[in-house]
Design a protein around this ligand. Structure first.
Ligand code: ZN
Length: 326
């Protein structure tokens, strides 16, 4: 599209440096806010306060589900990410379990669960960081085209012309694709986990569904008919039995037979997202070898068996374990 505003906006996204992901969150916030507003006035006002909630939403969702690193300096993470992580920690402590939930479903509940003050403090701190450290940088490039919007460092809001806001609104999906793609590229430089692009994209959908794992029961039963818990070894009743990922789901974002085992309710409730030990990894490899040989002896041949075989040949267990240990 030949349009100076659009070209400048997308140029900034494309040429952004790889230090952190603030500019992507900024661009996405502006697109999302323009797309959800009625564009009636000649000048559209977007407040930093509104942008703050979008930042918190993006970082909350990417962190609580996938714990993605958002900056190149591992010793000094981006301030807004640290603020978000603190709030997530408090949320987990308050609800008494490490159960991820999307921000859209939690934001109205902070008051009810006694986190109103923490939530407001987080919002204020993010807004201050945006104001002095993030806001004025985005539109600050060497290019002869006119600025995207009116904004001076320290202002509480930016003013964007109606026609330009309309361009963002009309191209919402294309811009999300571009922003998410660049966001993923930046994340790939300091995250070793697989499926980064998929993780970033799924955040736009309100329901991050975890698939049912019951289809793997048949295979697990073949190798472990008495349902011994993978962690404590205890023989476990059906009602207390669940299927779990040894290398955390948050890291893999995938359900693979080579990574799934039976665990008892007790072990499952305390385990969530913990990186497995060397012993557990060795045990999983042994389990996979045994499972494959049973399946082959029975003459079973299908997609799951092929995947199990491939995982052993390529040593996925070790590979992803090494990656997730960081
Ligand atoms: Zn157990």
């Amino acid at each position: 599209m030949e349009n100076k505003f659009y070209n400048r906006f997308t140029k900034i996204i494309r040429s952004c440096n790889y230090d952190n992901t603030y500019k992507m969150a900024w661009a996405k916030s502006i697109v999302e806010l323009c797309s959800t507003k009625e564009l009636n006035e000649d000048n559209i006002v977007i407040t930093l306060h509104d942008i703050t909630f979008k930042f918190l939403k993006y970082y909350w969702n990417q962190t609580i589900f996938f714990d993605l690193v958002q900056g190149s300096n591992l010793k000094k993470p981006p301030v807004i990410l640290s603020l978000t992580k603190n709030l997530i920690e408090k949320y987990f402590i308050t609800i008494g379990k490490k159960q991820p939930e999307v921000f859209e479903k939690v934001e109205d509940r902070f008051s009810n669960i006694g986190l109103k003050a923490d939530y407001e403090k987080t919002i204020n701190n993010i807004e201050r960081t945006l104001k002095f450290d993030v806001s004025w940088r985005f539109d600050n490039i060497e290019d002869n085209s006119p600025k995207l919007y009116q904004y001076t460092k320290g202002d509480n809001s930016l003013i964007i012309k109606k026609c330009n806001a309309q361009i963002l609104k009309n191209n919402e999906q294309d811009l999300y694709d571009l922003i998410n793609y660049r966001w993923s590229l930046i994340l790939e430089t300091f995250n070793s986990s697989p499926r980064i692009n998929k993780k970033v994209r799924i955040i736009d959908e309100r329901n991050i569904k975890r698939n049912s794992l019951s289809k793997f029961k048949t295979y697990l039963d073949i190798e472990n008919p008495n349902h011994h818990c993978f962690i404590c070894g205890k023989e476990t009743q059906n009602t207390e039995l669940s299927i779990d990922h040894v290398i955390p789901w948050s890291y893999m974002y995938s359900d693979d037979i080579w990574n799934l085992v039976y665990v008892c309710q007790h072990c499952n409730s305390i385990k969530s997202n913990v990186i497995p030990t060397k012993e557990q990894i060795d045990k999983l490899k042994e389990r996979n070898n045994k499972l494959l040989s049973i399946l082959e002896n029975k003459g079973i041949s299908n997609k799951e068996v092929d995947e199990l075989k491939l995982s052993i040949e390529k040593d996925y267990v070790n590979k992803f374990w090494t990656g997730c240990k960081g």
